[in-house]
Design a protein around this ligand. Structure first.
Ligand code: GLU
Length: 291
C-alpha cells in the first residue's frame, strides 16, 4: 500500500493564527495516525502580497508548534514554468480566454444589469460572477488587445470546460477526521463562473497551482478549512480537465474569534507569534483549539 500523504499549505501573506495552528496540527495528527507523511507547501504565487518576512514567520511558528514535515518544502513561486506549461495546454484547448474587464468595468456592467431589475449571480464567496462579455470577443480582437498590451487575466470558460468532462463531477469527503467513512459530494464548479486561472504576469492562480501541486506531490488526503469546501468543486473540474488524480478531502471546522467570526490574518491578538510573545506554550495552543 502506498503511504497516505497529507499537506499543510499556508500562504505567506500574513501571520499564522490559531486557525492555521489547528489545520497544521490536525494534518499532523491524521498523518501520524495513518502512518503517513506530512508535507509543507508555501503558497506564494501572489508576489505582491507574499513576503520573505511572513514566510520566515511561518517557519518560526511551525517549529515552535513542533510540527514535523518532510523536506524539501515546495515553494510555488519557484515553479512558475511548470504552471505555465499547463496554462499553455488550456490556452491551446481553448478552455481559457483573455478577460480584459477592469474591476470598475465589471461593477458598471453589473450595476447596469441590476438597474434593469435583473439580479446578478454571486459565487459562493459572494463575489459577482464575471460577465460573459469577453468570452464573445472575436479572436482577432483578442489578439489586437493583447498586442496593444491591454491588461488581462486568463479565465476558465466554465461552460466549455463542463462540456468537456462527460461524467457528473463529485468528490470524496471524509465524514470526520477519523477517516473511516466518506460521502460523495456533488461538485458545482459552475457556481464560481469563469474563474481566473492565470494572470498576465503570474502564469497561475490559487486553483490551478493547488491541483497541480497536490498531484505532483502525490497528496492523497487534503485536510483543510471548511472555508475551502465549495472551492473543491472548481478544483475537481480542473483535475478532470488535466487528467490529475483527485485526492480525498476533509474540510475541518474553523477556529472562530471571540466575536464568533472567522479569524483573519489582520487579527494580531490571535496570531501565533503574539501568543508566543505573551508566554503561551505550544501545549496551551493545542488545548485552546481542542487538539
Ligand atoms: N494556501 C491556502 C490558504 O492559505 C490553502 C490552500 C489549500 O489548503 O488548498 O488559505
Amino acid at each position: 500500500m502506498t503511504l497516505l500523504t497529507f499537506r499543510f499549505a499556508p500562504s505567506p501573506n500574513g501571520e499564522l493564527h490559531l486557525g492555521h495552528a489547528y489545520s497544521a496540527l490536525l494534518n499532523q495528527q491524521m498523518a501520524t495516525r495513518a502512518g503517513g507523511r506530512l508535507l509543507l507547501r508555501i503558497e506564494d504565487i501572489d508576489i505582491t502580497r507574499c513576503t520573505p518576512e511572513f514566510e520566515a514567520g511561518i517557519f518560526r511558528d511551525l517549529e515552535w508548534l513542533e510540527l514535523d514535515w518532510e523536506e524539501p518544502v515546495r515553494r510555488q513561486s519557484e515553479h512558475f514554468s511548470e504552471y505555465k506549461a499547463v496554462l499553455d495546454r488550456l490556452i491551446a484547448e481553448e478552455l481559457v480566454y483573455p478577460a480584459f474587464m477592469s474591476r470598475g468595468e465589471i461593477r458598471a456592467f453589473i450595476a447596469e444589469t441590476e438597474k434593469r431589475g435583473r439580479g446578478w449571480p454571486r459565487d459562493p464567496d459572494g463575489v459577482p460572477l464575471y460577465p460573459p462579455v469577453d468570452k464573445a470577443l472575436p479572436m482577432k480582437e483578442r489578439k489586437r488587445r493583447i498586442a496593444e498590451n491591454a491588461p488581462f487575466a486568463w479565465r476558465l470558460d466554465v461552460d466549455a470546460a463542463m462540456a468537456r468532462v462527460s461524467d457528473a463531477l463529485s468528490w470524496s469527503e471524509f465524514t470526520d477526521e477519523a477517516m473511516v467513512a466518506t460521502r460523495a459530494v456533488e461538485a458545482r464548479p459552475q457556481d464560481w463562473g469563469d474563474v481566473i486561472v492565470a494572470r498576465r504576469d503570474i502564469p497561475t492562480s490559487y486553483h490551478l497551482a493547488v491541483v497541480l501541486d497536490d498531484a505532483l506531490q502525490g497528496v492523497s488526503h487534503v485536510a483543510r478549512g471548511q472555508d475551502l469546501y465549495a472551492a473543491t468543486g472548481m478544483q475537481r473540474l480542473l483535475q478532470e480537465l488535466l487528467g490529475l488524480p483527485p485526492p480525498r478531502y476533509f474540510h475541518h471546522r474553523l477556529i472562530l474569534g471571540p466575536d464568533g467570526r472567522k479569524l483573519s490574518k489582520s487579527l494580531k491578538d490571535t496570531g501565533l507569534a503574539a501568543l508566543r510573545r505573551a508566554g503561551m506554550s505550544p501545549q496551551e495552543v493545542r488545548r485552546l483549539i481542542g487538539l
